[in-house]
Design a protein around this ligand. Structure first.
Ligand code: NDP
Length: 334
C-alpha cells in the first residue's frame, strides 16, 4: 500500500520534502468495515491548513499521519452488509492506494449516473460549498451583481454558474489569460485577471452598479479591490482565503481592519463565514437533485485537472495552491 504522509510541517509554501512516501501492509476489514482501493483522490486547499498547527475548523494532522482527502474508491473486500466487492463509493481514504474504512462513512455511487470523479467536484463537496454558501448566505436576486474569485476552480465556477441561473449578473476573477478565457466560456458577464494591471480599477469598471454578493474564496488584494464596490446590504459568504494559506507573516503596511469595519457599519454589510458541513442536513439532498439536473442538462459545466499517479500528488497540491490547477484538482490512481 503506497501512501503519502506528512513528513514535516511546511513553513510557507509546502516543498516536496514535506511529503513522506512509504509503503505498508494493509489489513483486512473488521466487522462493519470494508477494504477499499482508491480510484480518484481529491486535492483540496483546506489540507494546507491541516499541515500547520494554527487554530482552524479542522483538526491538524500530526507529523507521520497519512494526508487526508476525499476519494472515490472501489470495494475490494467487505465485512459490512450493504457493500460488496466491485461497488464504487465516495469515501475519505486519503493519500494512499488502499484504506480500511467503516461502512457508515461511505456513500455508494452510481457509475452510470455521472462520471465518478464528479463526486469529488461539481457533484461533491466543492459543488455543495458553492450551492450552500451562495444560496443560503449570498441569496442572489435577479438583476443583482455577484462577484467571485478563484472562479475557474470547482467552488468558484459553480458559484458563477448558479448565480447566473438565479438571474444575477456575474463577475469572475481568476489568474492568467487562459483562465480568463475560460471564464468567458462559462458565461460570466465580466471577467478579470487578478494578475493584470490595476485590479482596483478593473473591479470598479466591471461593477457600475456596485456588487451585491461577493463570494469570498481568496482574500488578499481581490478583497481590497472588491470592498469599496460593495453596495448597501451586500452579503459576503466568507468561504476561503486561498491567498493567505502559504503566508508566513502579516502583510506590510497599515492595518486595513478599521476601513473594513467602517464599511460593515455604514453600508450594513453582512459578512458570514461558513463551513459547508453546517448546511449538509438542510440542503444536501436538494443540492444533489438540483446540481444533478443542471450538470445533466449542461446548465452547469465543470472542468477537472487530473494528474496520473499517487506519487505526483505533492507536486499537484503545491501547484494548486499556486493557482497552476485548471479546474478541480484530482489524482487518478490506476
Ligand atoms: P481552487 O481549485 O479554486 O484552487 C485555489 C485557487 O485559489 C487557485 O487555483 C487560484 O486560482 C486561487 N488563488 C490562490 N492564491 C491566490 C491569490 N493570491 N489571489 C487570488 N487567487 C488566488 O480551490 P477550490 O475551488 O477547491 O476552493 C476555493 C476556496 O474555497 C478555497 O479558499 C477553499 O479553501 C475554500 N473552501 C471552503 C469550504 C468551506 O466549507 N468553507 C469548502 C471547500 C473549499 P487563480 O489562479 O484563479 O488565482
Amino acid at each position: 500500500n503506497h501512501r503519502i504522509r506528512l513528513g514535516s510541517r511546511p513553513h510557507g509554501e509546502p516543498r516536496p520534502e514535506d511529503f513522506h512516501h512509504d509503503s505498508a501492509h494493509v489489513g483486512s476489514p473488521d466487522s462493519g468495515q470494508v477494504l477499499l482501493r482508491t480510484k480518484y483522490l481529491s486535492l483540496d486547499p483546506y489540507v494546507r491548513g491541516m499541515m500547520s498547527t494554527a487554530k482552524s475548523y479542522v483538526t491538524p494532522l500530526e507529523v507521520g499521519d497519512v494526508i487526508v482527502g476525499g476519494t472515490v474508491s472501489e470495494v475490494v473486500e467487505s465485512a459490512a452488509d450493504d457493500f460488496k466487492p466491485g461497488d464504487v463509493v465516495l469515501s475519505f481514504g486519503g493519500w494512499q492506494q488502499y484504506s480500511v474504512e467503516p461502512a457508515t462513512r461511505l456513500r455508494k455511487l452510481e457509475p452510470q449516473a455521472a462520471p465518478l470523479s464528479t463526486a469529488l467536484g461539481v457533484l461533491g463537496m466543492p459543488g455543495f460549498t458553492a450551492y450552500a454558501g451562495l444560496l443560503a448566505i449570498g441569496q442572489p436576486q435577479p438583476g443583482e451583481t455577484v462577484a467571485v474569485a478563484a472562479a475557474t476552480g470547482p467552488v468558484g465556477s459553480a458559484v458563477g454558474q448558479i448565480a447566473k441561473l438565479k438571474g444575477a449578473r456575474t463577475i469572475g476573477i481568476a489568474g492568467g489569460q487562459r483562465k480568463v478565457e475560460h471564464l468567458q466560456e462559462l458565461g460570466f458577464d465580466e471577467v478579470i485577471d487578478h494578475r493584470g494591471p490595476d485590479l482596483d480599477a478593473q473591479v470598479k469598471e466591471a461593477s457600475p452598479e456596485g456588487i451585491d454578493v461577493y463570494f469570498e474564496n481568496v482574500g488578499g488584494q481581490v478583497w481590497d479591490a472588491v470592498l469599496p464596490q460593495l453596495n448597501e446590504f451586500a452579503r459576503v459568504p466568507v468561504c476561503g482565503l486561498a491567498a493567505n494559506y502559504n503566508a508566513t507573516a502579516l502583510p506590510e503596511g497599515p492595518d486595513k481592519t478599521p476601513q473594513l469595519m467602517r464599511a460593515v457599519l455604514t453600508r450594513s454589510l453582512l459578512l458570514r463565514g461558513f463551513i459547508q458541513r453546517e448546511f449538509v442536513d438542510s440542503m444536501f439532498s436538494d443540492f444533489l437533485t438540483d446540481m444533478g439536473q443542471w450538470v445533466a442538462s449542461g446548465d452547469v459545466v465543470y472542468t477537472e485537472d487530473i494528474t496520473e499517479g499517487l506519487e505526483r500528488a505533492p507536486e499537484a497540491f503545491i501547484g494548486m495552491l499556486r493557482g497552476e490547477n485548471f479546474g478541480k484538482t484530482i489524482i487518478r490512481i490506476s
